[in-house]
Design a protein around this ligand. Sequence first.
Ligand code: UDP
Length: 141
Amino acid sequence: MPVQRTLSIIKPDAVGKNVIGDIIRRFEENGLSVIATKMTHLSGSEAGRFYAVHAARPFFADLCSFMSSGPILAMCLEGKNAVTLNRQLMGATNPKEAEAGTIRADHADSIDANAVHGSDSEENAAIEIAFFFSDLDLHSR
Ligand code: UDP
């Protein structure tokens, strides 16, 4: 399995619930290393830029307002098969459909406030990592 990097975001709902440590523990216990972190509070237009791919979707405005409603923790994760592994640990977008034991099953309240973001492909991971981090911020093991 290839070593990959992926972008994870702990969203405002999960930051507000004080479960940052529990989420990072799951990554580390499953072989993913945190190689960069940034806590930030996006503006509505920054959230719109990050989620530009969803601009035409009906939930876009609500998504941008939710993602700019409080601080987030952006992280670059590295490890074998990191993109798919992170998505497995996150669980389905809708927490009602998320497998038991996943981050969203345990911490998400709804399809909007669903605790975490994770890149969905290696190509998007590179774009999303560059949104938050420069090469100098990334500290590979
Ligand atoms: N989203 C939403 N309503 C929907 C679908 C998605 O609010 O009906 C939000 C939700 O926060 C989700 C994000 O938009 O995490 C991006 O959607 P995507 O389908 O890419 O899901 P993800 O990759 O986050 O599982």
